[in-house]
Write a protein that binds this ligand. Structure first.
Ligand code: GTP
Length: 565
């Protein structure tokens, strides 16, 4: 490949000033369908990255992303492209994550784009996440370009996948592009389609400034770097306290101005986390916009766990690390709490289990903290007999049984896409997890899509693993939160030596309480070391004991002394 000179890129940049030569787009896909690989090919074809610096999955910059091969944070990059019509276009590609926990990141990149490339693996076909992300994109009114990837695979089943895509989007076979992100086949045609089909941004560069902050990161020297999409007007260095403006090439590259339709970054000496939040609108005080841009749906945490610093570490460090992380992860919520056994820590809210795992790993790796995390649980709405509603994310804070009029828990609408052969096993699985079948649609002769209403707490444990085992890894699962509904829930307490241990209390459905109580006491019997006296472990609902085990006392070992002990 020829080496792109930075001068050429800058020259091309300066030629493009017309709004109608800008295309902002993102790629949406199910996890592993090849988004990052396709982004690599596009970077190469548009000669946007020095070949010496090119490496696989260029846009996955976090160490954790590269290691796990998944995208967590979105990235943006500006590309210069000369199309077949001879004109120079400026493409802005915003990479997005594919996992369900990160769908709030997807919705942010959609707001900054006019079009989306819907990428589907030729061997896997349409998956649950493809459908979820597609709905988000259609809601935002984006132009969708359907693309089948991995056509080089011997297992590619192009005609069937075309059927599945047409079933979702309508349209004709001819509108669906076929590419191999691995070999590069079809990628030039895709670039042409992006220019031809995706509309140029609309916006008025003479109007008052409105710029949407779609992401941000913290730089120790410059403060907050806000990633923005300018909707109207323009912003220059010197406006309010702007010290630097620029675009992503993909590294931050300073420029003189950003105007309507452009995506870039703004540094304005904002040091306080919270003063430039994702979803905020930037405008100018001397000629302010009358209305902020409609922001994002706030990402609500669903899964809760407490994080405590390990012995010898201090909670201030943990607090400052959590505030920094929450700056570019708007879905992370935390508040201080304390526990008798663990000291001061933070009750944190996450979007899901993967989100929780990623936050914990980032705290350990990026901030060098060692933490202790409690088992994840969901939050409940409790109506007490005095008519008040409480939001309770910690079972030990649940009011007494006699004061509770009603308990509600979060429910989700889960979608499963599976080969027909595994359909009945998966229906059974959902029923065991208190699921109710809502609908069933055949996507093609061999694959079916199932919709279930399920309590969120039921999919936190084992559900996903069982789904993968039962379907030999072929089924995919995704869910949308539906809200809170009444459930027959009870709090199960664990008593050690007749004393209740708050941290072990958990909520369970009435019918499953006995079985889970039994499991917990058995596990504790095996893990708690023996003492000189016997210790009873009991599970109780209110005053009623539902399970009991005993840790036997240490026996006197008469022979031990005879062998030099
Ligand atoms: P996330 O970042 O986790 O959302 O995944 P992704 O969609 O970015 O997938 P990625 O680009 O990491 O690709 C997943 C796997 O598919 C990698 O092992 C790629 O090498 C492989 N892959 C991607 N495109 C092609 C293709 O066209 N042909 C073949 N044979 N393999 C491909």
């Amino acid at each position: 490949m020829r080496q792109p000179s930075t001068d050429i890129i800058h020259l091309r940049e300066s030629i493009i000033a017309e709004l109608n030569q800008i295309r902002n787009f993102c790629i949406i896909a199910h996890i592993d369908h090849g988004k990052s690989t396709l982004a690599d090919r596009i970077l190469e074809l548009t000669e946007s990255v020095d070949p010496r610096k090119m490496r696989e999955q260029f846009l996955d910059t976090m160490e954790l992303e590269r290691e796990r091969g998944i995208t967590i944070k979105m990235q943006a990059v500006r590309l210069a492209y000369t199309a077949a019509d001879g004109k120079n276009y400026r493409l802005c590609l915003i990479d997005t994550p594919g996992h369900v926990d990160f769908s709030y990141e997807v919705s942010r990149s959609l707001k900054a784009s006019e079009g989306a490339v819907l990428l589907v693996d030729a061997a896997q076909g349409v998956e649950a996440q493809t459908v979820a992300n597609l709905h988000l994109a259609v809601e935002e009114g984006l132009e969708i370009i359907p693309v089948i990837n991995k056509i080089d695979l011997p297992t590619a089943r192009i005609p069937e996948v075309e059927e599945e895509i047409m079933g979702l989007l309508g349209g004709t076979r001819e509108e669906i592009l076929k590419v191999s992100a691995k070999t590069g086949e079809g990628v030039p045609q895709l670039l042409e389609a992006i220019v031809a089909r995706i509309p140029a941004p609309s916006g008025d560069s003479t109007a008052p400034l409105t710029a949407l902050i779609f992401d941000s990161h913290y730089n120790r020297y410059q403060g907050i770097v806000a990633y923005v999409r300018v909707m109207d007007g323009s912003v220059r260095v010197g406006d309010f306290e702007v010290s630097e403006i620029g675009y992503f090439a993909p590294e931050l590259t300073p420029a003189k101005e950003l105007s309507a339709g452009e995506v870039g970054y703004v540094i304005a000496g904002v040091k306080q986390i919270g003063d430039a939040r994702v979803g905020d609108t930037i405008t100018l005080a001397k000629s302010p916009a009358s209305q902020p841009i409609a922001g994002y749906r706030e990402a609500k945490p669903l899964v809760f766990s407490s994080l405590y610093p390990r012995e010898g570490q201090n909670e201030d460090e943990l607090e400052s690390a959590l505030s920094r992380l929450s700056l570019n992860d708007s879905a992370l919520h935390f508040e201080q709490e304390s526990s008798e056994a663990l000291g001061f820590g933070f009750r944190c809210g996450f979007l899901g289990l993967l989100h929780m795992e990623i936050v914990q790993e980032r705290l350990e790796r990026e901030y060098g903290l060692e933490i202790i995390a409690t088992a994840p649980s969901v939050a409940f709405e409790v109506v007490t007999t005095d008519g008040r509603t409480h939001f309770i994310d910690n079972p030990s804070q649940m009011p007494e049984r006699t004061e509770i009029a009603e308990i509600r828990e979060p429910f989700v609408l889960g979608s499963i896409i599976t080969p027909v052969a595994h359909q009945s096993a998966l229906i059974d699985l959902c029923k065991q997890h208190r699921g109710e079948l809502r609908s069933m649609n055949y996507l093609s002769g061999t694959r079916v899509s199932l919709q279930f209403v399920l309590p969120l707490s039921e999919i936190l444990y084992e559900f996903y693993d069982s789904l993968k085992t039962l379907s030999h890894g072929l089924a995919s699962f995704d869910y949308d939160v539906m809200g809170y509904r009444t459930s027959e829930l009870v709090r199960v307490d664990i008593l050690l030596n007749q004393e209740r241990v708050g941290a072990f209390s958990f909520m369970a459905h009435r019918e499953k309480a006995y079985q889970r109580g039994k499991q917990v006491v058995e596990t504790l019997r095996r893990t708690i070391p023996r003492h000189l006296f016997a210790i009873p472990i009991q599970a109780a609902i209110g005053n009623k004991i539902i399970a009991r085990e005993t840790i036997p006392a240490l026996k006197k070992d008469v022979l031990a002394k005879c062998y030099g002990g």
